[in-house]
Design a protein around this ligand. Structure first.
Ligand code: NDP
Length: 451
């Protein structure tokens, strides 16, 4: 453990508010892999950790565009190419006002291990902008995407770096980005994933992360000897791409999903969330969840600010399984205590790092089945890789074929993680299992490739 602690201290002098989430992600990995570092001297000899925590490249650029009033707007764009030991850089683009270098370093770092765990040939990256698509017209989003790509196209390519979507970047944004890339380069190639189906997208990319987290959870519960999800009460946070498709799959397998949230508040619907209405509100009309209770008088809307500091209403609802699917650090130690007291059996992370370190430790010490994001939400990147394969072969797979392959890979990830945890003496700890399995695959490739 001493090697690992010294490494953490060495990187801490760079610590500042912006880097907080990056250090949170890094420390979790370093603590998990401590036994591996102590037992195999190759990792120290080849300075794997020192090399792994520094991105290969941080690209930062200005994005200027004209709004509908013909006023000039300025945003910052980023692409962080973290590690390509296993394959070309791969990871999403996030458009949200909270985006900065630290957030993208955290997401890019996590992406390395997530992509490694899939067993597919893809490296880790992340990018985005502080641009907020909310409240912008279609033309404004189009103009922003076009300007963003004017700079980004210099650094990406189907064998170099293949961005995808994330918060604020759905198929509309990917479509505009792809159109701009094609115009600038005159090249029609699979440089982005998450494209609309009509021009190169894969079936099931929108559903992949949400469905994948449910497939992972089903396998985990079975391996841990727990009851399956059908007929059980589940809580989900978020009302975006990941949350909606997790709810869809949970309902399909017979679970009763009683919640969803957005950035302003929580819906608690004891009869089960009305998915058609939710899709219409969030995917089509982008309205606030507050509107839900207008047509569902049995449901309750709890505004975010009405809940005591440090806790969130959604995690105070008794449930068998919880699925945080909104954003980072949305589930605190107070929330973890509420879930534990209310008898929750499993927590599966659909969002990236939604649980704080303290919350995770509480879950692990209470033997809650805990599925960490880098393993449980890998479904999106798995289907992104399928999209790359289909584009390269100029072919299209059916919905059923993609779904079957996704399910198989999610089951394999869950089994690999559980087996690794057992091999390293931490049976049932999926956090350590995921970190060790992901790290080993990347580190061994880095050693084999030299410096
Ligand atoms: P979306 O933009 O589609 O949805 C995000 C949802 O979270 C929205 O309902 C949004 O509310 C809510 N939200 C955003 N910020 C906050 C906040 N600070 N507090 C409370 N709620 C918030 O994003 P995705 O569903 O695509 O992504 C969700 C998470 O999953 C992210 O962590 C992302 O990195 C991760 N992820 C996504 C993948 C994908 O395939 N899309 C793949 C792997 C991980 P509102 O409606 O008010 O904006």
């Amino acid at each position: 453990m001493s090697i690992a602690i010294n490494k953490i201290k060495k990187f801490e002098n760079e610590n500042c508010d912006e880097n907080k989430v990056f250090y949170q992600a890094m420390e979790e990995v370093i603590y998990s892999i401590a036994p591996l570092l102590e037992s195999d001297e190759r990792y120290a000899k080849y300075s794997i950790l020192e090399r792994l925590v520094v991105p290969d490249r941080i690209i930062k650029f200005k994005v200027t565009w004209l709004n509908d009033k013909n006023e000039i707007q300025v945003n910052i764009g980023y692409r962080i190419q973290f590690n390509n030991a296993l394959g070309p850089y791969k990871g999403g683009l996030r458009f949200h006002p909270t985006v900065n270098e630290g957030v993208l370093k955290f997401l890019g770092f996590e992406q390395i291990f997530k992509n490694a765990l899939t067993g597919l040939p893809i490296g880790g990256a992340k990018g985005g902008s502080d641009f907020d698509p909310k409240g912008k017209s279609d033309f404004e989003v189009m103009k922003f995407c076009s300007s963003f790509m004017t700079e980004l196209h210099k650094y990406i390519g189907p064998r170099i770096d293949i961005p995808a979507g994330d918060i604020g970047v759905g198929s509309r944004e990917i479509g505009y980005l792809f159109g701009a890339y094609k115009k600038i380069t005159s090249s029609y190639e699979g440089v982005l994933t998450g494209k609309p189906y009509i021009f190169g997208g894969s079936f099931m990319r929108p559903q992949a992360t949400g469905f994948g987290v449910v497939y992972f959870t089903q396998t985990m519960l079975e391996m841990e000897g727990k009851e399956p999800l059908d007929g059980k009460i589940c809580t989900v946070s978020g009302a975006g791409n990941v949350a909606i498709h997790a709810i869809e799959k949970l309902q399909e397998i017979g679970a009763i999903v009683v919640s969803c949230t957005d950035s302003k508040g929580t819906i608690y619907d004891p009869r089960g969330v009305d998915l058609c209405l939710l899709k219409e509100m969030k995917l089509k009309n982008k309205t606030s969840l507050k509107e839900y209770i207008k047509t569902h008088s049995d449901a309750k809307y709890i505004p975010l600010k009405e809940y005591p500091d440090g806790g969130h209403a959604v995690w105070d609802i008794p449930c068998y399984a919880a699925f945080p699917c909104a954003t980072q650090n949305e589930l605190t130690d107070i929330d973890a205590q509420n879930l534990i007291v209310n008898g929750c059996v499993s927590v599966s992370e659909g969002a990236n790092m939604p649980s704080t370190t303290k919350a995770i430790n509480d879950f692990l010490s209470h033997k809650i089945c805990f599925a960490p994001a880098k393993a449980a939400n890998a479904g999106g990147v798995v289907v992104s890789e399928f999209e790359m394969s289909q584009n390269a072969a100029m072919t299209k797979w059916s919905f059923e074929k993609v779904d079957e392959k996704l399910k198989l890979i999610m089951q394999q990830i869950a089994k690999r993680v559980a087996l690794t945890a057992k091999d390293y003496g931490v049976e049932g700890n999926y956090v350590d299992g995921a970190n060790i399995a992901g790290f080993k695959r990347v580190a061994d490739a880095m050693i084999a490739e030299g410096i």
